[in-house]
Design a protein around this ligand. Structure first.
Ligand SMILES: Cc1ncc(COP(=O)(O)O)c(C=O)c1O
Length: 176
């Protein structure tokens, strides 16, 4: 068994002992039941929202699970972020606070609706935005209609409460 590497080792890239010896699981991963379900839709030929019933059934089930009145299924997460911004009325002249460590869609959705992404730092441990990293920017931008996105989903509740007083908040769960 490999000895765990320490922070004193040089980078694996430079010949040091790698911290991880097993490869990461490739993503996305589709389980057999998911593959069978999607094969069944393709085999049915009813692959449109208005001809098939799978999306509507998923929306109803998801809404019930989340305890909300409605859910909307979309082709991909990037579209969901953009739709969220549009639903909140974010557009030209608005600024959207986004975390420095995230997927590109977090910032590109703001550009897509004509708003300006404002990158804020993340905490070293949680790798997420916090009140400390967000509020200075939020106060500076308080004249604008703005919001920030939280990736991933486990943002601290107190940070959300504090931030909601200043900005609109949208949570994204693309990695949940
Ligand atoms: C944090 C985050 N937001 C948004 C997305 C966009 O999702 P999609 O690739 O389905 O558009 C991803 C995709 O990996 C993501 O990791």
């Amino acid at each position: 068994m490999n000895q765990p590497a320490t922070v004193l080792d040089s980078l694996a890239l430079e010949g040091g002992a790698p911290l991880r010896t097993r490869p990461f699981t490739p993503r996305p991963v589709f389980a057999e039941d998911e593959r069978k379900a999607s094969d069944a839709v393709i085999a049915s030929g009813r692959v449109n929202y208005w001809t098939g019933g799978v999306c509507k059934a998923f929306e109803e089930e998801f809404a019930a699970m989340a305890g909300v009145a409605q859910a909307i299924s979309l082709a991909k997460g990037t579209l969901a972020l953009e739709l969220g911004l549009r639903a909140l009325g974010i557009g030209p002249g608005d600024e959207v606070i986004v975390p420095a460590k995230t997927f590109v869609a977090t910032a590109s959705c703001a550009v897509e609706v004509g708003a300006t992404p404002v990158v804020c730092d993340v905490e070293p441990n949680s790798q997420n935005l916090s009140a400390a990293t967000v509020l200075p920017a939020a106060r500076r931008l308080s004249e604008a209609s703005l919001m920030f996105l939280v990736h991933p989903t486990f943002a601290e509740a107190d940070m959300l409460d504090t931030a909601r007083a200043v900005v609109k908040v949208m949570r994204a769960a693309a990695r949940a």
